[in-house]
Design a protein around this ligand. Structure first.
Ligand code: ADP
Ligand code: MG
Length: 323
């Protein structure tokens, strides 16, 4: 059972950044309006995620750490209509099989909270404690019991930078949630949760980008795109600032990248890339989000339609005024 969980963990938990992503997505699913993430040692030593969401009922805590016990997939059709972020029911079981985990949680209706500890898949304690409403996960010593996997990690600094990317994307995709991200006592950013996407961009990138952006908002053939396009003078030397969300998930996608870059084509310098944050929405039946467990990839039913829509929408925004 533990071995199966450890192998399964390889699908879900590749590195500290995947742990952060899964935990924050759980926090979002729980209805949190404020999420704080603190990491130490690139997340290898410690990851702490605190939310003010629903909390987990005492009687449900053990179950939450069991593989697939919570899967929201009841049948294959659900794959195409699931709206919440978590649906495989294997993040907590996977994480707890390869780390030392404390979960402190309290629901509004309970008077006291619970601390549940589980190390390498083995339960290590269940205590009643005082706690605020919501949930805190503390993950220590990731991969301590799977040294082969630990060897594949990069330096704490690099792993920490991956977590920074994940946090930026999560914050950008959830403008109405207040995020606070701390890396080794260094306050990286905090967002207000007031829903203003432009303010968010400044809070997250303002310092190094002095962002000059204009809004994009278009809709056609059942697809909508919302977000901000950097002025072409806001040249980037890599694709790190091409940031796409499809139906609320951060994705990397070559079709969208190509379409975006084509839209910028006549303005952008050679070997430079745009700054763009695009929220793309379409009917869930038009996209398969389940291509890869890490959920960074999606597959579109009609790629040509999406490509043309994005390219044209970008061109329209850029040509609307004098550069
Ligand atoms: P999934 O998210 O796919 O259901 P997970 O293993 O990520 O599976 O989480 C298992 C369950 O634990 C969730 O379905 C949820 O009921 C509960 N849970 C996990 N994190 C939180 C949280 N931060 N707040 C409330 N409930 C949570
Ligand atoms: Mg989950």
């Amino acid at each position: 059972k533990n071995t199966i969980d450890q192998i399964a963990a390889g699908e879900v938990v590749e590195r500290p950044a995947s742990v952060v992503k899964e935990l924050v997505e759980n926090a979002i699913d729980s209805g949190a309006t404020a999420v704080t993430v603190e990491i130490k040692g690139g997340g290898i030593d410690m990851i702490r995620v605190t939310d003010n969401g629903s909390g987990i009922e005492k009687s449900q805590i053990r179950k939450a750490f069991k593989r697939h016990a919570t899967s929201k997939l009841k049948n294959i059709d659900d794959l195409f209509s699931i709206h919440s972020l978590g649906f495989r029911g294997e993040a907590l079981s996977s994480i707890s099989s390869v780390a030392q985990v404390d979960c402190i949680t309290k629901t509004k209706d309970d008077l006291t909270g619970t601390r549940y500890s589980i190390n390498g898949g083995e339960e290590a304690g269940m205590d009643e404690i005082g706690a605020p409403d919501g949930t805190t996960f503390i993950i220590r010593n990731l991969f301590y019991n799977t040294p082969a996997r630990k060897k594949f990690l990069k330096t704490p600094q690099t792993e920490g930078s991956y977590i920074g990317d994940v946090m930026e994307h999560l914050a950008l995709d959830n403008p109405t949630i207040s995020f606070h991200y701390i890396n080794n006592k260094d306050d990286k950013f905090s967002t207000s949760g007031n829903g203003d996407l432009k303010e968010l961009i400044y809070r997250i990138y303002g310092r190094d980008v002095s962002v000059s952006v204009r809004p994009i908002s278009a809709s056609d053939h059942g697809i909508t795109v919302e977000g901000y396009l950097g002025e072409p003078t806001l040249n980037r030397s890599n694709r790190n600032f091409e940031i796409f969300f499809v139906n609320g998930r951060y994705v990397k996608d070559k079709i969208i990248s190509k379409a975006l870059e084509e839209g910028y084509k006549q303005y952008l310098m050679m070997h430079k890339f745009p700054f763009a944050i695009l929220h793309i929405r379409m009917d869930p039946s038009m996209v398969d989000v389940n291509v890869h467990p890490a959920k960074l990839e999606v597959r579109f039913n009609n790629q040509a339609l999406l490509y043309d829509f994005i390219k044209t929408s970008v061109e329209n925004v850029l040509s609307a005024q004098e550069m």
